[in-house]
Design a protein around this ligand. Structure first.
Ligand code: UFG
Length: 327
């Protein structure tokens, strides 16, 4: 298939682009390089530097690359905390950019779409693990922006026959030998812990140890980015029979912040000092996914369900790219 990947220079988008190419698909990456890295884009992919605010540029891209079979939309502002400080980046830009993309896609006759959605739709889960029947309570303007886009897709399906899947990632992590997580500033637990192991930070701060969990720290469901990539590819290939789908995507296993740090000590052989600080506003105690639906419908299975292999893959990339990408 010929797939347009927005955000294909970013962490999850670039690794999924590389996996698409490995599976024999053709990839056109569209990225404004705001957070992404040109060097992360697979050399076999076409690359267009463009911003999704630019509707003319979008029209031109679809004209320049006729016959696009589907879109994977990764490009987005993605930080829960930032969205509480700059809500309009999320409630306006994330939403308007998706609308611009969809409008251009529909005008060009494209009818397959995969959305990067989020576990931040489930701020007050009633049941753990969290399945697709859980009540949607966005935890931030970030989560709300993804929920609005999920609803937008529903109307695109009703009105234009769009086929789509919303993939609600839990905690994306892990790297491949060639591509990895390189955010500035970095806010995610695993890369921060590995920066401590590399001597780039003196310690990691644990955001609260008074949660109602087995060791008092938050429990999260860490899913390897390659497992996310395979879910995207399976979903895109199956969209014609699926129609409209929403899938929660995680390993189904939760690990505490202390368990992540302990595993990283084992993998890296570094003591990784940790200090306990206050809770980070907006962090729910436990987020663990049930991915039974995507397993049953698409035969998806995580290849990296254990924390040790996930952290080992991230350590390999961070150790060999201590300063991230060169650009
Ligand atoms: N944490 C620390 N110290 C740090 C960084 C994180 O203790 O320096 C803790 C957090 O409090 C949280 C856990 O480690 O309990 C994981 O935090 P991350 O920042 O790595 O990830 P989040 O769970 O906050 O966020 C992720 C995605 C979001 C998504 C969210 C859904 O990055 O895009 O899951 O809940 F919205």
């Amino acid at each position: 298939m010929k797939i347009l990947v927005t955000g294909g220079a970013g962490y999850i988008g670039s690794i999924t682009s590389a996996e698409l190419i490995r599976a024999g698909h053709e990839v056109i990456v569209v990225d404004n390089l705001y957070q992404g890295h040109r060097a992360a884009v697979p050399p076999e992919a076409a690359f267009v530097e463009a911003d999704l605010t630019d509707r003319n540029a979008l029209r031109e891209i679809f004209a320049a690359y006729p016959g696009i079979d589907g879109i994977m939309h990764f490009a987005s502002y993605t930080l829960v905390g930032e969205s509480m400080e700059k809500p309009f980046l999320y409630l306006r830009d994330n939403v308007a950019n998706a609308a611009n993309l969809l409008e251009a896609a529909i005008a060009a006759g494209v009818r397959r779409f995969i959305l990067s959605s989020t576990a931040n739709l489930f701020d007050q889960p009633e049941r753990i693990p969290i399945d697709e029947h859980e009540r949607i309570v966005p935890g931030s303007p970030y989560g709300e922006s993804k929920f609005i886009i999920e609803r937008m897709l529903h109307w695109m399906a009703r009105i234009y026959g769009m086929r789509y899947a919303c993939l609600r990632y839990f905690n994306a992590c892990g790297d491949t030998p060639d591509r990895g997580e390189d955010h500035d500033p970095e806010t995610h637990l695993i890369p921060i812990v590995l920066q401590v192991a590399l001597g780039q930070r003196p310690h990691v701060t644990i955001f609260g140890d008074d949660y109602p969990t087995r060791d008092g720290t938050c429990v999260r469901d860490y899913i390897h980015v390659l497992d996310l990539a395979s879910a995207h590819i399976l979903a895109m290939e199956a969209l014609d029979r699926l129609g409209e789908r929403r899938y929660n995507l995680g390993n189904g296993q939760g690990f505490t912040v202390r368990e992540v740090i302990e595993t990283a000590r084992k993998v890296t052989g570094h003591p990784i000092p940790a200090v306990v600080g206050p809770r980070r506003p907006g962090d729910p105690a436990v987020l663990v996914a049930s991915s039974e639906t995507i397993r049953a419908e698409l035969g998806w299975q995580p290849r990296y369900p254990d924390l040790e292999s996930i952290i080992a893959s991230a350590w390999e990339w961070h150790r060999t790219h201590p300063n991230g990408y060169d650009d």
